[in-house]
Every structure is written in structure tokens, then in C-alpha cells.
Design a protein around this ligand. Structure first.
Ligand code: SF4
Ligand code: SF4
Length: 259
């Protein structure tokens, strides 16, 4: 007997179900491994906060140390163009006078004058970069992380002009040939796109602390929920003298320096 159209559809549907079912039921299919260069992590419950913040203790940073930069740039596919003109950076160091202009004087403690401080996006509570972006490619999440949507960025650089901390970098060239070792778990960017520190939101979503924080064996960087009165970050910035950068601008940075 030649099957009619209805019989044919029934047979086709049953065959498709047979093919799909094992992959849905097989728990191995759903298992996922988070791969970060040099480290393997088992996915865990996402880390959440009311307001993520970072505390930096530059006095703990050994002279010339670049461990946090290396870790961050490796996991986020940050290119190395080999020249300062095209440089793309998420976390780097600057001299004290450049980080805190107006807080220095010529008789200041010599060690402070010589110190280089880690700097990154401050994930401002009132971010001017977000206000000026015409495409909403940059936006602030309820937990305080200032995000970049690379697909919406049109490369106008208004956010770079708006940021008073120089925390954003533009890809003036295709960055992909300049990535030493690509991390498949994080997207690469293209020419004409702006980028910056994302407080490792992709790692927090997998229950992993920021790369720079984990890489720093001196514990110069502490990360946590500033709204949680028992968190390490909150206790430290509450009990010790801490300075956010250029507080007078009203941007309310969420990176606090303990000097
Ligand atoms: S530091 Fe700059 S880029 Fe980061 S949130 Fe503040 S204004 Fe925006
Ligand atoms: S929090 Fe993450 S993205 Fe930001 S500087 Fe540290 S490692 Fe880089």
C-alpha cells in the first residue's frame, strides 16, 4: 500500500523524534566544561551581588608586577599590537600622580610618588560613557557592571570622550591577528569596536571570581558586593581610608583604593 500524505508525516515525525530524543535525555550532552588558559573550572552557581565593587591595595603590588594584566588580557582575548598608539588595555598600571591628580605634592612620601597603581574601568554608578552612547552599546546592569555590547558599537568613540578615566580602548585595526593565544570561551572583537574591563561578568555567571583577582597572589585586589555589610570589600572600604578616583566628578566609581 502506498502511504498517503498524513501517514507520511506521521512516519517522518516519529523518525525525527527517535534521532533527537537520546541527545535530550543524555545528561553527558548537557555537561559543559569552562576552559580558561592554564586553568580548568567546573561550572558552579553564578556569583551575584547588589553592587559589585573592587578594592585595590597598591602597597601590596610588587614593583613592575603585571600578573593581573596578563591574566585579564589572556582570558579576554585582548590583542597586543606591540605599540602604544594602537594599544588596547583592560587593566594596567599608572603612576600615583596620574591616577590621583590633585592628591599629590612635591614633599609627598617618596614611595607613594614612585608607586604604580592598577587601573581599570571603575564601573561608575553614574557613568558618563553610558549617557553619551548613541546606540546603547554600553549600559549599566542593576548589579553595577557597565557592559559593552560589541555588536551595537558603531565606533563613534563618544564613550571614550565621555570617560574621564581613559578606561576604554578602540580597535583601530583588526585585533584578531594580534591575539597570542585565543580563549574560545570569550568573543574576539573586530576593527572599529570599543572595549574595556567587564568585571569578568562572564566568569561571575559561571561562579568564578575575576581573573585579575585570582591571579594576584599578593591579594592586592579584592572583589565583592559593596551592598553586603559583611563582605570583605564593604568592611575594608568602611573601616579603612579609601579613595575612589576623581570623586568630585560625581561619577561614583566602584573601584576603591586603599593607600
Ligand atoms: S570608568 Fe569610564 S568607562 Fe568605566 S564606567 Fe566609568 S565612565 Fe564608563
Ligand atoms: S575584573 Fe576581569 S575584566 Fe576587569 S580588570 Fe579584572 S580581570 Fe580584567
Amino acid at each position: 500500500m502506498i502511504p498517503n500524505r498524513r501517514d507520511f508525516l506521521k512516519i517522518a515525525g516519529a523518525s525525527a523524534l527517535t534521532l533527537i530524543t537520546p541527545s535530550i535525555l543524555n545528561p553527558l550532552w548537557a555537561k559543559e566544561t569552562v576552559r580558561v588558559p592554564g586553568q580548568d573550572f567546573t561550572p558552579a552557581k553564578a556569583l551575584t551581588a547588589n553592587r559589585w565593587a573592587m578594592m585595590v591595595e597598591p602597597a601590596k603590588c610588587p614593583e613592575g608586577c603585571t600578573v593581573c594584566t596578563a591574566a585579564c588580557h589572556a582570558v579576554h582575548n585582548v590583542p597586543n599590537f606591540g605599540n602604544s598608539k594602537d594599544e588596547v588595555k583592560w587593566i594596567w598600571t599608572e603612576p600615583f600622580a596620574a591616577v590621583f591628580p590633585g592628591e599629590n605634592h612635591r614633599y609627598q612620601w617618596q614611595a607613594l610618588q614612585k608607586m604604580r597603581l592598577p587601573v581599570l574601568c571603575n564601573h561608575c554608578e553614574n557613568p558618563p560613557c553610558v549617557r553619551v552612547c548613541p546606540t546603547k552599546a554600553t549600559f549599566r546592569r542593576p548589579d553595577g557592571i557597565v557592559m559593552m555590547d560589541y555588536h551595537r558599537c558603531i565606533g563613534c568613540r563618544l564613550c571614550m570622550a565621555g570617560c574621564p578615566y581613559g578606561a576604554r580602548s578602540m580597535n583601530y585595526r583588526d585585533p584578531r591577528p594580534f591575539i597570542a593565544r585565543s580563549n574560545p570561551d570569550f568573543p574576539t572583537r573586530t576593527k572599529g569596536v570599543v572595549e574595556k574591563c567587564n568585571f569578568c561578568e562572564e566568569r561571575l555567571a559561571k561562579g568564578i571570581m575575576p581573573a585579575c583577582v585570582l591571579a594576584c597572589k599578593e591579594k592586592a585586589l579584592t572583589f565583592g558586593d559593596a551592598e553586603n555589610s559583611r563582605s570583605e570589600v564593604r568592611l575594608a572600604i568602611e573601616k579603612r581610608f579609601s579613595l575612589p578616583r576623581r570623586a568630585g566628578l560625581g561619577t561614583a566609581p566602584q573601584v576603591y583604593y586603599i593607600l
